[in-house]
Write a new protein. Sequence first.
Length: 108
Amino acid sequence: MRQVDVYVNDRKAGVLTEMHPGKGYSFRYDPDYLSSDDPPVSVSLSKRNPVYESSSLFPFFANMLPEGANRKVICRNLRIDEEDLFGILVAMSGKDFIGGVHIKSTAE
């Protein structure tokens, strides 16, 4: 099981978890963030108490990943399978993302 912390404008919003490699994901808002007036991570992940679950990586997070030639270069250099979307997300943790949402590895 792999996890990353999800931040919105430098405030921890929740935890994204890969249950089993490529076979299920969950996103759970942090209770403090959930009770705040801060915005949701995305429109498709509105602030609510139950955990979100999906058989594939949530589109919002998949769209944060590099594409095309950039993905190939990053995966080759880091020795990550191009199909391992969560692995790429983990590898990109702590890096600059576009917008207010960013990812940090729970191991950091």
